[in-house]
Design a protein around this ligand. Structure first.
Ligand code: DGI
Ligand code: FE
Ligand code: FE
Length: 190
């Protein structure tokens, strides 16, 4: 079995129908953005398929995963269960599949973003927002922005996430803030 076949079987077994379909849709969007912005398409598709592989672990499973792998979370990360799947997923994919650091990093930061993101990281970050299964208010604007530039779409995605989190009194990861600041500075210099 090649790596993508094994990965497909893995996500099919680990994820609900809803999230499996989401993963296929993100892979498709990542492939599209890769063509558009000059990234390797196969790599982007693999990252899309893999990005939420551990999204459906239980709290107990995450706890034992982090303990077994000696992963120490920051206080913000401990307080934000939504961030756990990206951290655990990146470790899991390195260990089980030996994917390239490029793919592992893209998965690791697909939820928070971070400063100095590479092309594949940005593509996965945006593919997750614009995939065909998404239907939140504003998704059409995000899709239009993704046609203009990855950074222009990221500005909107990050603002959306930060506003949402602040409204609900949830912590905002420092990587998310760093990513937002960098994108705003970058766009203001254009
Ligand atoms: O896994 P998906 O649902 O496809 O998407 P995702 O990995 O981007 O996760 C989105 C969720 O993660 C969303 O509910 C907001 C949350 N999130 C994103 N950035 C941060 C965050 N939560 C906290 N507490 N802090 C963040 O910086
Ligand atoms: Fe995710
Ligand atoms: Fe996702």
């Amino acid at each position: 079995m090649n790596k993508n076949d094994a990965l497909l079987k893995d996500i099919r077994e680990r994820l609900s129908d809803f999230r499996y379909i989401h993963s296929l849709a993100v892979a498709e969007s990542a492939g599209y953005l890769a063509d558009k912005y000059g990234c390797d398409k196969e790599t982007a598709i693999t990252a899309g398929l893999a990005h939420d592989v551990l999204k459906e672990l239980s709290r107990e499973e995450y706890s034992s995963f982090f303990e077994n792998e000696n992963i120490v979370l920051t206080d913000v990360e401990k307080t934000a269960p939504k961030l756990w799947h990206a951290i655990a997923g990146a470790y899991y994919l390195k260990k089980e599949y030996g994917f390239s650091d490029e793919i592992i990093t893209a998965v690791r930061y697909h939820t928070t973003g971070r400063a100095n993101m590479g092309l594949l990281e940005k593509i996965l970050f945006i593919a997750d927002f614009i995939s065909s299964d998404r239907n939140y208010n504003g998704v059409e604007d995000m899709r239009k922005r993704a046609e203009v530039s990855l950074e222009y779409a990221m500005e909107e995605g990050l603002r959306f996430t930060i506003e949402d989190l602040a409204r609900e009194c949830r912590p905002i990861h420092p990587d998310t803030i760093a990513c937002y600041n960098e994108i705003i500075v970058h766009l203001s210099q254009k």
